[in-house]
Design a protein around this ligand. Structure first.
Ligand SMILES: [Zn+2]
Length: 453
């Protein structure tokens, strides 16, 4: 009885503070709101506050955590629920705490975490804090219900994914391989689900992805007054080199990962897409395959070169000594990166300084016949079909795959294509209902695939 008056008072205060009709968030939705309010824009990341926030929630449940700081001072948060007599290797629930800079064009504060029209707003609402909270909720539920486990389950929150993960997952797995010695599967971001017109067609489990070969290239030349003829200034050399590079003929090819994905997806698409997939080899043999592919599809068959940042002089009438570019190259899973880099250097020409910012070796996709994948397929298959996908993007899954650990990109949130537009763009938000369903799906999935029968 004694608790009732303060509780009633709190409810009344909340009612008047928030106004009539506004939902008061609680549980995982409230965690997400608070998580979104922590600005973890990368660079620089500032993930420490986020790591402490997640840690506090786990401590309140009586779960021990480890904060692991790298020499760069950025923390990873690691917690493990131990099985009594494990019969399978551990499962890691992985997400990243950092977010990309909000950028321009938001209709409100990107770190408000506000709930408006049943949508939770904020940078990270989809990528990747909602997934992190779904993992956290599932992890806590296993602990609260004392679910007998068939394997250890690890909750892992990392920094630095958005700039390549070298100081996050890359560093952690390199310096602390013991944390992952018995891991069977990693569940992380990168899953894509197909839903349109209110119907959920399939769950896409990401099993393969492209690899980054990010470069900074610098050209040098004689500095001088802009009024003098000088054909070989640094900017001129850079322009010529880059133009040879971006004019490199496109070399299309179908990798097994892309074929597996498109063939699986074709079963749910219309006749045009089905026909396109049936004729893939024929199309690739033609002179301009891109003319026959739908927008966005060429990426699946190409190593791409995108020059995204240019830097040279500051004054119109002065030739600078140096000019540089940042180049985002994405390689197919089996491209030889050494060879590709040698070609890039050759095309740029002599006297270029080429610095590799980020690279990843060729790697095989995660298996679709592992017990964990099969379990996901069986469990999720009750709601919609499950297909193995290939994504042109990159995630931290590649660090695990490089070490022979199966990693799967899975999103429990079923969003239509117009709802995912906010990822890396303005007005990122997630419908509250979708989020809550996703939390439930994650919890059930983890319980099903890590609990004892
Ligand atoms: Zn992400």
């Amino acid at each position: 009885m004694s608790n009732r008056i303060p509780a009633l008072l709190c409810a009344l205060l909340a009612f008047f503070a928030l106004g009539f009709g506004e939902t008061v968030l609680e549980g995982p939705a409230l965690w997400l709101q608070r998580y979104l309010q922590i600005d973890t824009t990368n660079p620089p990341g500032n993930e420490e506050q986020a790591a402490h926030f997640l840690s506090r929630i786990l401590h309140q449940e009586g779960i021990a955590t480890q904060l692991i700081f790298g020499p760069h001072g950025r923390p990873s948060l690691y917690a493990r629920l131990e099985a009594d007599n494990p019969t399978e290797g551990a499962l890691v629930l992985l997400h990243h705490m950092d977010v990309v800079p909000p950028g321009e064009g938001w209709s409100g504060d990107p770190f408000s975490g506000k709930l408006e029209n049943q949508l939770i707003w904020g940078r990270g609402a989809i990528d990747d804090k909602s997934l992190g909270v779904a993992h956290l909720a599932a992890f806590i539920e296993l602990h609260r219900r004392r679910v007998p486990l068939s394997r250890d389950v690890v909750f892992l929150a990392v920094p630095d994914e958005e700039t390549g993960g070298t100081l996050g997952t890359g560093w952690l797995i390199q310096e602390h391989p013991e944390l992952f010695a018995d891991v069977d599967a990693v569940l992380g971001e990168g899953g894509i689900n197909r839903a349109f017109n209110g119907k959920h067609h399939w769950w896409g489990i990401e099993v393969a992805q492209k690899r980054p070969l990010w470069l900074e290239v610098t050209a040098f030349g004689r500095a001088g007054h802009g009024s003098k003829l000088n054909l070989h200034t640094a900017p001129h050399r850079l322009i010529r080199g880059l133009s040879r590079l971006v004019d490199k003929p496109l070399e299309f090819r179908v990798t097994p990962e892309t074929r597996q994905y498109l063939e699986a997806a074709a079963a749910f698409e219309g006749p045009f897409f089905k026909d396109l997939v049936a004729r893939l080899d024929e199309i690739m043999a033609e002179e301009h395959p891109e003319k026959q592919l739908l927008p966005g599809l060429p990426n699946y068959f190409l190593d791409t070169i995108q020059v995204n940042v240019l830097e040279a002089g500051e004054k119109l009438n002065v030739a600078p000594e140096e000019a540089s570019a940042l180049i985002d190259i994405r390689l197919l899973p089996d491209t030889d990166d050494e060879e590709f880099l040698a070609t890039v250097k050759e095309l740029l020409g002599n006297d270029f300084d080429v610095e590799v910012v980020l690279r990843a070796p060729p790697v095989s996709g995660s298996p679709t016949d592992s017990p964990f994948y099969r379990c996901m397929e069986k469990f999720l298959g009750r709601k919609a079909a499950v297909i193995p996908t290939f994504i042109p993007g990159i995630t931290d899954s590649r660090y695990f795959r490089e070490r022979g650990i199966a990693a799967y990109g899975f999103s429990p949130f079923v969003l239509e294509s117009n709802e995912v537009r906010g990822i890396h763009g303005p007005d990122e938000r997630i419908p509250l209902e979708t989020f809550e369903k996703g939390v439930e799906t994650t919890t059930e999935l983890v319980m099903t695939c890590s609990g004892k029968d």
